[in-house]
Design a protein around this ligand. Structure first.
Ligand SMILES: Cc1ncc(COP(=O)(O)O)c(C=O)c1O
Length: 373
């Protein structure tokens, strides 16, 4: 429908219906995040664009200072480092803060880095937290980081591209406590909300911060100013011409209902917990980290085989290759404490326990076959 109707959702004048629909969807997100009524946002291509727009808003809110720095964990998505680069903050001013034993940002190290930077004349413009780091699903200490940002007067951004929609479930909501204190939140409905690409979103606590950063009036758009209650989405982000990204979300919620979305997200989180139990009880597999938000990091490591780290890495790489080429599952890998880790990420609403079991079973089988004689 979006392609066939070819609506350009840049301004109210060209697309009042579609803009109204985006307002409705953004307002759903606002309520799910427990954001105040002053909050708003816009649909974006994805989490990367949301990160960029968030950092632009943060830099503008800080008065566009020289010597700007941004802070994020060493687990943050490359999208944030790239966003910092694009807004003119070089990699050496993007502070990658160390993480704890569960890959969550160490808030004492963050505090220390900010203090040091301030005394060296740097200007902190944003602190970015993960609400579901891509590698492990780690959730940074959102409340503590919000307290620090409030005390320091620094923009607090939460990259919830992966995990944000867990807030719609009973299991996920308490895990993300504090998210509503952020100045901005990046979301990806093409992840835990099962939408076709592209369905990203940036939410800001005070819509004015976005419009002050992005609205530029020029003559060709003079007819599009229709008064305070007719928003032009092009004033909120970097795109003028935009497709109608909210339609698929609006329609699928209308058709399937929120209960179906809650069930799907909960099911993914439960399947991951079940996978974790299975791995803990397996003689062949080893959990490397407690699971978080549907991501489970583990490896083949039969206790009796007494293998060193390089042998384990080699075996697990072989297993991954066999899963790719011989099995029906698509899993990925990551590195944890320099160990090669297999990584399940359950983010498809059609995934069943049989699929997960078949995958774990194949991993055990391939792992045992890869053991040295
Ligand atoms: C935590 C996180 N942030 C940002 C991104 C970037 O989002 P996108 O691929 O939608 O641009 C991703 C995933 O790709 C992600 O997992």
């Amino acid at each position: 429908m979006v392609s066939a109707h070819q609506v350009n959702q840049c301004t109210w004048l060209t697309s009042s219906g579609a803009s109204q629909m985006e307002l409705v969807v953004i307002d759903w997100f606002r309520r799910w995040l427990e954001y105040p009524e002053t909050a708003g946002g816009l649909m974006t291509s994805g989490g990367s664009a949301a990160s960029l727009e968030a950092l632009v808003a943060a830099r503008e809110a800080a008065g566009n200072p020289d010597n700007a720095t941004v802070y994020m964990s060493d687990q943050s998505h490359s999208a944030l480092v790239r966003a910092a680069r694009i807004i003119g903050i070089p990699d050496e001013n993007a502070r990658l803060i160390q993480t704890d034993a569960r890959y969550r940002l160490d808030s004492e190290a963050l505090k220390h880095a900010i203090e040091q930077d301030r005394s060296a004349g740097y200007k902190p413009v944003a602190v970015c937290a993960n609400a579901g780091a891509s590698s492990t699903g780690a959730i940074d200490p959102l409340e503590t980081m919000a307290d620090l940002c409030e005390a320091e007067g620094i923009w607090f951004h939460v990259d919830a591209a992966y995990g944000g929609f867990a807030v719609i479930t009973e299991r996920g909501k308490p895990l993300l406590r504090g998210i509503g204190r952020a100045d901005s939140i990046g979301l990806d409905a093409h992840k835990l909300f099962y939408q076709p690409y592209e369905a990203g979103c940036l939410m800001v606590k005070d819509l004015g911060t976005l419009e002050r950063a992005f609205a530029v009036r020029h003559d060709i758009l003079q007819d599009t100013v229709w008064g305070a209650n007719h928003p032009n989405f092009s004033d909120r982000g970097l795109q003028l011409s935009r497709s109608v990204r909210a339609l698929k979300i609006w329609m699928s919620v209308q058709i399937f209902g929120m209960a179906a979305f809650r069930r799907a997200v909960s099911k993914g989180l439960e399947l991951a917990a079940q996978a974790e139990d299975y791995i803990r009880n397996s003689n062949t597999l080893e959990m490397l980290l407690p699971g978080s938000l549907g991501i489970v990091c583990f490896r083949v490591n039969p206790g009796h085989a007494d293998l060193d780290e390089s042998a384990l890495d080699a075996i697990n790489k072989k297993v991954l290759v066999r899963i790719f080429w011989e099995d029906r599952a698509f899993i990925s890998s990551t590195n944890l404490w320099e160990k090669f880790s297999l990584r399940l990420c359950i983010v498809n609403y059609t995934t069943s326990w049989d699929d997960v079991l078949e995958t774990l079973d194949a991993i055990e089988r391939f792992g045992n076959e890869a053991l040295p004689d």
